[in-house]
Ligand binder design. Structure first.
Ligand code: GLN
Length: 390
């Protein structure tokens, strides 16, 4: 008889552990420097942790409203008015337990069995399994390094009468590149022409180092009614363990998204919601955090370049990518990442883990830079020694 575990959902029985958990596990076991999974080493800003403590003492610890504290929903709307010129009402915002839950709730609310969903590869590894679990069919459109540009002809060729939605991650994890104004206009045109919903994972919207304000696909003409915009306090404030995120959509769409959310996590810890509402109201906070990340980013990029690694240009996220072949390393990315963490004590993310099927890049590795500069310098020295030894 087949074991009960083998008869669980084939979407999950066949899946490996996420590359982030795999690498962080190896790093924890061996005490390696973890430049794999993206998280800052430093705690979130003290004013936010103090706000959590205050809320723990002064506010209710019981279920907050399912769609989120009204104060946080208002704060998200005001934040997007200030940062991106968006005019949103409280009803457009649904608070979730992290952006990953927002992605799941959006997919569950949008995708019906048999629907095709366009994903751009490389893709964050949660998207395709969730589309499949919703009964949908992920259809991958490849982006080509080093620019990871959106190719209209390839996207058009992938659209069929069954295509229901696309998932856009902009700025793009793992590459850290940003869609151009022309890309956004083109994607909006295609969504409108083919009646598609755009699920936009914009968690990196505030982690931009080119000084250019983020522009959402939701802001394109005709897109406000067909876009779900996903954001993350974890990324804005460097508080990844808090798991506070949100979905933004036209109120009638948001009401349906909320129904998916109500049967996933239902609510998100109220003390964290209070603190995030306070943080979003402080316009000086995101630039101050970004300035710190910019320093460690420079340390990693300049350190790698000085050591002879080929670092790809990018504008956003906590990540820098190196090309192994162009850096004089004749290993594929998976072998490199696994050997690097075991032999040199540095965890990294092989990009091929975020690419389903063959034909994707196999020589690109992602490194996280929001770490103390001394740790980055140590990691670069270890990378250099490892490269010279293979
Ligand atoms: N977003 C994080 C990253 O790209 C990973 C989050 C996770 O591990 N689920 O590193």
């Amino acid at each position: 008889m087949t074991s009960p575990a083998a008869r669980l959902s084939p979407v999950y029985t066949g899946l490996p552990l996420t590359v982030f958990e795999w690498m962080s596990g190896l790093a924890r076991e061996s005490g390696a420097i973890n430049l794999g999974q993206g998280f800052p080493d430093a705690p979130p800003p003290a004013q936010l942790t103090q706000a959590v403590v205050r809320a723990l003492h002064e506010r209710s610890q019981h279920y907050p409203p399912m769609a989120g504290l009204p104060e946080l929903r208002d704060a998200v709307a005001a934040f997007y008015a200030r940062e991106q010129g968006l005019a949103l009402s409280r009803d457009a915002v649904i608070v979730t337990s992290g952006a990953t839950e927002a992605v799941a709730a959006s997919i569950l609310a949008v995708v019906s069995p048999g629907d095709e969903v366009l994903l751009f590869a490389p893709a964050y590894d949660a998207y395709a399994p969730m589309v499949r679990r919703a009964g949908g069919v992920p259809v991958f459109v490849p982006l080509a390094p080093p620019l990871w540009a959106y190719d209209e002809a390839q996207i058009r060729a992938a659209i069929t009468p069954r295509t229901r939605a696309l998932i856009l991650n902009d700025p793009l994890n793992p590459a850290g590149t940003v869609a151009s104004a022309a890309d956004l206009a083109m994607l909006a045109r295609l969504c409108i022409e083919h009646d598609l919903i755009a699920i936009c994972d914009e968690v990196w919207e505030m982690v931009r180092f080119d000084g250019v304000p983020h522009r959402s696909l939701l802001a394109e003409p005709g897109m406000a009614e067909r876009t779900v915009k996903i954001g993350s306090a974890g990324k804005i404030f460097g508080a990844t363990g808090w798991k506070v995120g949100w979905m933004v959509a036209a109120p009638d769409t948001a009401a349906v998204l909320a129904k998916a959310h109500q049967f996933l996590t239902f609510t998100t810890p109220p003390m964290l919601q209070w603190a995030v509402a306070e943080g979003l109201a402080d316009a000086a906070l995101p630039p101050a955090i970004l300035a710190e990340w910019a320093t460690s980013r420079r340390a990693l990029i300049d350190g790698l370049a000085a050591a002879g690694f080929a670092v790809a240009a990018n504008a956003a996220t906590w990540f820098a990518c190196i090309d192994l072949a162009a850096s004089g390393i004749a290993l594929d990315d998976r072998t490199f990442s696994e050997r690097l963490v075991r032999e040199a004590g540095v965890a990294s993310i092989p990009i091929s883990a975020l690419w389903e099927g063959d034909g994707g890049p196999t020589t690109i590795v992602r490194l996280c830079h929001c770490k103390p500069v001394a740790m980055i310098d140590d990691a670069v020295a270890r990378l250099e020694r490892f490269r010279d030894g293979v």
